[in-house]
Ligand binder design. Structure first.
Ligand code: ADP
Ligand code: MG
Length: 294
């Protein structure tokens, strides 16, 4: 027997590197007429690296001590920034102490008890209510250079800042163009990262609509705004922070390699070949199959 069009489209999408979880998803994917893209791990490669280690002079910490504390708190986290920090500590052959009381707040950061102290690592905008603190100025300078800055606090007091960079995916700009052509609308960037880094990256890929500094629930709000204008939105993301939007979207696609388990489970489809360009291909396959079904 010949395979029904939607099933052969699923097989075809699989060969192109996108795992579509059901025939319903394969059908719905072709209906999307707007796209919301996450930044870190989605438009970027998702293997960020530490570029700057800036202990505050008042902290009395050396570079390695600051990095060691941050790596300890981040060790249990699967966030790409956490992997960047632990990798930098390993490169410097620092021994990373075990932690207790680990907690992560998606879109904000992590906290843990390290050698009796509470260490927090995360977004300068969310962690420090201390506007005007020297650490916030250090973070702002790094962000102006396009970095993601994370603030390190010990027992509630800022002790330093780490600068982190990530490479844009090679196929990011061409994929944005392809999705714009397919849907008739330029994709929107929705990110938890800072506005400065987001705007710079958006510029490089031809995105003009940038929503930055978003918490997981804010990503859902941004999605709802698009849907209220009558759009069927495709959300693409990788993180735990993307899971609510991936679940709420008309169609949600997770990036497989850097993706968190929660994102992979929640999404309707998973990019298993680590290329963004597989996504417009899957949309086209869905449209072709739909024409054959009706
Ligand atoms: P995106 O939406 O671009 O994928 P996230 O929402 O995952 O980014 O993260 C947004 C911001 O929250 C980061 O730029 C960082 O400041 C902070 N953050 C989230 N998780 C962590 C973590 N594990 N360690 C440090 N900072 C974090
Ligand atoms: Mg992400």
């Amino acid at each position: 027997a010949t395979m029904p069009p939607l099933l052969s489209a699923i097989a075809n999408a699989g060969r192109h590197g996108v795992l579509i979880k059901s025939a319903v998803v394969m059908e719905q994917l072709g209906q999307v007429d707007a796209v919301a893209l996450d930044k870190t791990g989605t438009l970027t490669e998702g293997t960020p690296y530490v570029t700057d280690i800036r202990p505050l002079p008042t902290s009395g910490l050396a570079d390695d001590s600051l990095l060691r504390l941050a790596a300890a708190a981040e060790h249990p986290s699967e966030h790409p920034l956490a992997r960047a920090i632990t990798a930098a500590a390993r490169t410097r052959e620092l021994n990373i102490p075990l932690v207790t009381d680990f907690n992560s707040a998606p879109g904000t950061g992590v906290t843990a008890t390290v050698e009796g102290n509470t260490v927090t690592v995360g977004s300068p905008a969310r962690l420090s209510s201390r506007t005007g603190h020297p650490a916030v100025a250090v973070a702002a300078r790094l962000e102006a250079e396009g970095r993601t800055a994370v603030l390190v606090e010990v027992d509630g007091a800022p002790v330093g800042v780490l600068g982190i960079a990530d490479r844009l995916r090679e196929d990011a700009a061409t994929t944005v163009t392809a999705l714009a052509q397919l849907t008739g609308r330029t994709p929107v960037l929705v990110t938890g990262d800072n506005r400065r880094a987001a705007a710079r990256l958006a510029d490089d890929v031809g995105i003009t609509d940038v929503r930055a500094g978003l918490l997981p629930q804010d990503k859902v709000t941004a999605l709802n705004e698009l849907e209220n204008s009558g759009r069927k939105v495709l959300v693409v993301g990788d993180g735990v922070n993307d899971a609510p939007a991936l679940a709420a979207a008309h169609t949600g696609i997770a990036m497989g390699r850097a993706g968190s388990d929660l994102a992979l489970e929640t999404a309707d489809a998973v990019v298993v070949r680590d290329e963004l360009a597989t996504i417009p291909t899957a949309v086209s396959l869905s449209r072709r199959a739909r024409r054959l079904v009706v």
